[in-house]
Design a protein around this ligand. Sequence first.
Ligand code: TRP
Length: 348
Amino acid sequence: MAFPHLYKQAVIRYIVLMKKVSLTGIKPTGDLHIGNYFGAIKPALELAKEYDARYFIADYHALNTMKNPAELNNTIRQVAACWLASGLDPEKVIFYRQSSIPEVFELTTMLMAFTSKGLMNRAHAYKAAVQENNEKGDDPDAGVNMGLFTYPVLMAADIIIFDSDVVPVGKDQVQHIEMAQDIAQSVNANYGQQVLKIPQAAVQENVAVVPGLDGRKMSKSYGNVIPLFAPEKTLQKTIMRIVTNSQSVEEPKNPDTCQIFQLYKLFSDNKEQDALAVRYRKGGMGWGEAKEELFRAVNRELAPIREKFNAIMADIPSLDKILEKGAERARPIAAATVKRFRKAAGID
Ligand code: TRP
């Protein structure tokens, strides 16, 4: 009877080992808002249930644009605290800072030798910077540092170093994943063997578009965001600023074209949504009341996350320990990839 037992264990082990690797980088940006929460954080945490997930803070990528040390330092912690407060389990997900994995930078240097300059010339972010300079009549490369120009190589190293199968990203990052594929393929073709794993982009298609205060997509650049971690009073005031039309209290209203209702849907269950839709259509409910309903629902979901976030931010040494532990788990995997590549390259 020992055999079925061992067999079962072997099957379980096989399934665990076969779990695919999902990896994504989070560029630290300040002032997190509910668009980030529904657009990036929640879907990535969903994926972490199925995949062997590695999520990291891309702090060296941020250095390209953030030159203020206090600001960068604080933003790194805020983003990390945000993910933990939102439910990332650092026991399950390998959660670390890019800057804690020196092997990533060694791999970047190796990949540079396989990356044509022409490929980098075609990168959207670089091209956009050049175009903007041209329009202003400036030197085409004004304000472009080598970090920005070679951004896709560092990103390729981030991905390739962990033998990643899938990379959950927004549409804007797909070109970067394709470049990572190109670069890895050049390496494999040169050595005639599968030295590096070719990653695939997992584009988040069915992620909710979160409307902002003015009805356009919620975005920091539009200045229309609802912050994730603002104190309750500020949250309420922000929601009260949502732009509405001039329909009177008495008039029946259409929930389907109203951004208050679209936002409400993200924070409520079907029954609550139906109930509010009925009040919209019946008339007699003013915009102020609809906003109050929205505030209650938003605050119900965000209050516990906000509390956790504040608690984490009040104890930075513990937060740093979590990230360090993640890096300790990540480094042997990273070192193995670099070793494999160095051996193939004759630098061993
Ligand atoms: N470029 C990504 C962004 O701006 C962040 C990032 C860095 C990343 N390295 C990565 C994403 C590796 C996925 C995989 O959002």
